[in-house]
Design a protein around this ligand. Structure first.
Ligand SMILES: O=C(O)CCC(=O)C(=O)O
Ligand SMILES: [Fe+2]
Length: 280
């Protein structure tokens, strides 16, 4: 097993060369992920009224119902429910309190700092590659964990989420069921992740940070017909919109995108509340 520093530097260089990377979790994160997925099965089996007690959509926190987001167009909603945890909201007592009655919330709170540390380390390695003197990125505020819960066996549509790129810096995604596919050389391939593996995907904002050098990874979710449930866990990495980094490299036309503006705009692109609301 490679140690943490080794994992990070090989993930950063694989991202640069292949456009995505797969990392193996250590035993601690593996255990935390077991708790997350157990907590998800228990939480999503609850009735709607019960789940809605844990909903604060205006700050992107907690439960969001079936079809609340979309990937390609608004008339093709994503066919899943969601539960999310935003790092910056962890200090809010009213949501921290959810952990007492909600094991999913408790497990996500344990996972969040581990993911933030991993994201900061990988982004720092990328920064050293593009701009050793460039701005550091602190992911531990505006990034969030999102658990997606699907019921593939009940769906008619072949694609539970249409092809899209994420409007973030990086996405860490893991699932123990099939369905996730990503695009390499114009063709979609199944992700085939082992239970302790996490796929790291560049998003649209990383492309703006790197002058277009790193392209976002296009991905989608396909229905596996006989699967009663599918859970996936994403860590969506955002820069601090109150102290946004300057791009590490200008775009080909010499322009330097406004990372704060772009982060806020992309957070609204898929039908969600603005990440900007968290800064208030
Ligand atoms: O469920 C998955 O595996 C991926 C979900 C996804 O791409 C998203 O929510 O943006
Ligand atoms: Fe996505």
């Amino acid at each position: 097993m490679k140690d943490f520093a080794n994992q990070v530097s090989s993930a950063a260089s694989t991202l640069l060369h292949s456009g995505y990377a797969v990392i193996r979790t250590g035993p601690l994160l593996k255990m935390v992920l077991d708790d997350v997925f157990d907590g998800a099965d228990a939480f999503f089996a609850r009735g709607l009224a019960e789940k809605t007690r844990y909903a604060r959509p205006e700050i992107l926190e907690g439960y969001r119902g079936y079809g609340a987001e979309f990937s390609g167009s608004v008339d093709r909603p994503d066919l899943n429910e969601t539960f999310s945890l935003v790092l910056r909201n962890m200090i809010r007592p009213e949501v921290a309190d959810w952990a007492r009655t909600n094991p999913l919330r408790r497990a996500l709170a344990a996972a969040a700092p581990i993911y933030a540390e991993l994201a900061d380390a990988i982004l720092d390695d990328l920064r050293r590659h593009f701009a050793p003197e460039g701005d550091r990125i602190a992911s531990a505020k505006f990034s969030y964990l999102q658990l997606n819960y699907y019921r593939p066996g009940r769906e008619e549509r072949e694609l539970l989420q249409d092809a899209h790129e994420d409007g973030h810096l990086l996405t860490f995604v893991t699932s123990r069921q099939p369905g996730l596919e990503f695009e390499v050389d114009g063709r979609f391939e199944p992700a085939r992740l082992a239970p302790d593996e996490i796929l790291v995907m560049p998003g649209g904002i990383l492309s703006l940070m790197t002058g277009g050098a790193m392209a976002p990874l296009v991905h989608r979710v396909r229905k596996a017909p006989d699967l009663p449930r599918r859970a996936s866990l994403m860590f969506f990495v955002n820069a601090d919109v109150m102290a946004p980094p300057r791009p590490w490299r200008p775009m080909a036309d010499g322009s330097c995108p406004d990372i704060r503006q772009a982060t806020i705009e992309s957070s609204q692109m898929f039908g969600l509340a603005s990440i900007g609301a968290l800064a208030e």
